[in-house]
Unconditional design. Structure first.
Length: 414
């Protein structure tokens, strides 16, 4: 396999098959793969699993109500884990049986609804790592739970234990497990805890964190993690937290939510509120150099997916005209097409197809191509509104809306 300057880290052995990184053009297909962390095994929002339905009608397998919020489901070891708020005073983390939808356990804790300019509820996504589930709450509670029964193994608090200032919309993103480490987007440039007991490996100074998930990269054996705060994207040495580089990225309200996308030496970053996007290049030393910057991809919440040198993602702010699905050329920032009918929906990819859940709750499948957006599959999956990315795992698609409707569809091809 060709070793790029940037590559993804080692993963838990239980996820090894689903985390295979294949060279472009490879014919190897995976028939069933877990999705145990946000944006999937390779943290790029792309599934390598074969057999996605691209036409016809999908059967609804099971439905659940999980409370208010935007947290995405994660699937691992036969379990589906997702969180929501009861609209009054508590969050709940739900664990369902992947096949039947039967509830295995719930874990609840006190939490304000946090309805600042939106209806509130949970925003971060849990992470399944073998026999553990890691979950970060908006007020800063960090839980390590037993995946079998939901019992607390250990817990910490980002404000009380580590004296971090809560971001305007609360702490969020997904916990990142990397070997024995657990990374959380907190403070100026993250915190690294031992995943077994929550003890500190290193911690950055205080600052309002961004809203993205810590993003790991490896360069010639050097392990790095990229964090966001309200003013910058910051890359640090994973082992000790030493800053490697910092790219200033000021946005309105300090909202840096979308995860960076790595392609060779290039790093793509994007934010909403009129900020736009940029590609910077980092070779080996010093600060990254800017390749281009424009306002043609404004990722307010979720990051795009990168396929064949083109980015496919939602651009624009929720509730604004012109917001929709857009294709952008990575190398130049040139717009190839825009489809405003999707609204402020969400997108992931399954091999060469885009799996889109519109803001209105319609599930769509279309080839990922820079020539245009032409869905071959459309089916109403959930009621409006939708800001949560769909998940494809083991032949099933999981769709969640803001009010907490979770619908699981059989999306295996016939």
């Amino acid at each position: 396999m060709l070793m790029l300057p940037f590559s993804f880290p080692r993963v838990n052995p239980a996820l090894l098959l689903s985390a295979l990184l294949l060279p472009e053009g490879s014919s190897l297909e995976l028939y069933g793969a877990d999705w145990a962390r946000y944006r999937g095994p390779a943290l790029d929002g792309i599934s390598t699993e074969a057999g996605l339905r691209t036409s016809g009608e999908a059967k609804v397998l099971w439905k659940k109500s999980v409370g208010l919020g935007y947290s995405a489901p994660v699937i691992g070891g036969g379990r589906v884990v997702i969180s929501g708020h009861d609209g009054k005073e508590k969050d709940t983390l739900f664990c369902f049986d992947e096949q039947s939808g039967e509830q295995r356990w719930v874990f609840s804790y006190p939490q304000p609804i946090g309805d600042l300019y939106f209806q509130g509820g949970t925003t971060g996504t849990a992470t399944i790592d073998g026999d553990r589930v890691y979950h970060l709450a908006r007020e800063g509670e960090l839980f390590c739970l037993n995946a079998a029964d939901g019992k607390v193994v250990w817990q910490k608090h980002l404000q009380q234990d580590f004296h971090y200032t809560k971001p305007t919309w609360g702490f969020t993103g997904a916990p990142l497990v990397w070997d024995e480490w657990l990374f959380i987007n907190a403070g100026d440039a993250g915190i690294n805890l031992k995943k077994d007991d929550g003890s500190v490996v290193w911690k950055s100074g205080n600052e309002e964190a961004g809203y993205s998930t810590p993003h790991p990269v490896t360069r010639n054996g050097w392990r790095l993690v990229i964090f966001s705060n309200k003013r910058s994207y910051v890359c640090v040495d994973a082992s000790n937290g030493t800053e490697v580089w910092r790219h200033k990225w000021m946005t309105r309200y300090g909202v840096n939510s979308a995860d960076p996308i790595i392609s060779g030496d290039s790093i793509f970053i994007s934010s909403g509120y009129g900020k736009g996007a940029a590609v910077v290049k980092w070779v080996d030393k010093g600060e990254p150099g800017k390749v281009w910057q424009n306002r043609e991809m404004q990722a307010q919440m979720n990051g795009p997916v990168l396929i064949g040198g083109h980015l496919y993602g939602i651009t624009g702010n929720e509730g604004q005209d012109g917001t929709g699905l857009r294709c952008l050329e990575l190398a130049t920032g040139t717009v190839k097409w825009t489809d405003a009918s999707v609204g402020h929906g969400t997108v992931m990819a399954v091999q060469g197809n885009l799996l889109v859940l519109t803001e209105g709750g319609e599930l769509q499948v279309a080839p990922a191509t820079p020539t245009g957006y032409q869905p071959s599959f459309k089916q109403q999956a959930v009621e409006p509104k939708v800001w949560t990315v769909p998940v494809f795992a083991n032949g099933r698609v999981y769709c969640r809306n803001a009010s907490g409707q979770l619908v699981v569809l059989d999306m295996k091809s016939e």
